[in-house]
Write a protein that binds this ligand. Structure first.
Ligand SMILES: [Fe+2]
Length: 224
């Protein structure tokens, strides 16, 4: 089995003017594609690992030979996170969450605007390349949290279930915003796919925590 680059769920220009078409093209067809190609290449001589999902590879570094561990970690993470990221955006973003997710954001952050400010602040302050997330804790009553990860790490590695994500690697914004990461973060909200975030929230109930690792794996998994 080989990992495959998932198709974008919309056109490269569909998120204009908030995310430009050129960035989307390079981001998907060059950056994400290279993580997929490099992951397959790292696994080439390890057929026993080829049956596993990218999420599994990310969460089980101890089962990956040391020689390829760093390459598998980085590229599986890049593959998983970008697959989530494309789905976190939509050309028909509806501006605000509804239902249970809206209630939880109000409960845990005080309101949508407060949450957005926390998310933007965390993304702006993250040193170097990484990701900013809305995640649900596995502990602490399943509360919502804003968290960041460096490189291509994922909140699943911290026991948190990812609901919404923005990419704060420079390749995600430099063509349009140059070094102004805060502008990129602030201007991203109109394309957020709240329906996807709400769906992920409703699948993340702490009663199902034992299945978190696999429960959404099929959506992340672009193999076979
Ligand atoms: Fe990226």
């Amino acid at each position: 089995m080989k990992h495959l680059l998932p198709a974008l769920p919309y056109d490269h220009a569909a998120l204009e003017p908030h995310v430009d078409a050129r960035t989307m093209l390079l981001h998907h067809e060059k950056h994400h594609a290279s993580y997929v190609a490099n992951l397959n290449s790292a696994l080439e001589k390890n057929p026993e690992l080829q049956k596993h999902t990218a999420v599994w590879l990310l969460l089980n570094p101890g089962k990956v030979p040391e020689k390829i561990r760093a390459a598998v970690h980085h590229n599986a993470g890049g593959h998983v996170n970008h697959s989530l990221f494309w789905r976190a955006m939509s050309p028909t973003g509806d501006g605000a969450p509804t239902g249970l997710l809206a209630d939880a954001i109000k409960r845990d952050f005080g309101g949508l605007e407060q949450f957005k400010a926390r998310f933007d602040d965390a993304g702006a302050k993250l040193f170097g390349s990484g990701w900013v997330w809305l995640a649900r804790a596995r502990w602490n009553g399943g509360r919502l949290e804003v968290t960041t990860t460096s490189g291509h790490d994922n909140p699943l590695m911290q026991g948190r279930f990812p609901l919404l994500v923005n990419d704060v690697w420079e390749h995600a914004y430099y063509l349009k915003h140059e070094n102004r990461r805060a502008d990129y973060l602030n201007g991203w909200w109109p394309v957020v796919n709240w329906k996807e975030a709400a769906d992920r929230f409703e699948h993340s109930d702490h009663r199902a925590e034992s299945s978190w690792e696999s429960e959404r794996g099929s959506l992340l998994e672009a193999t076979t």
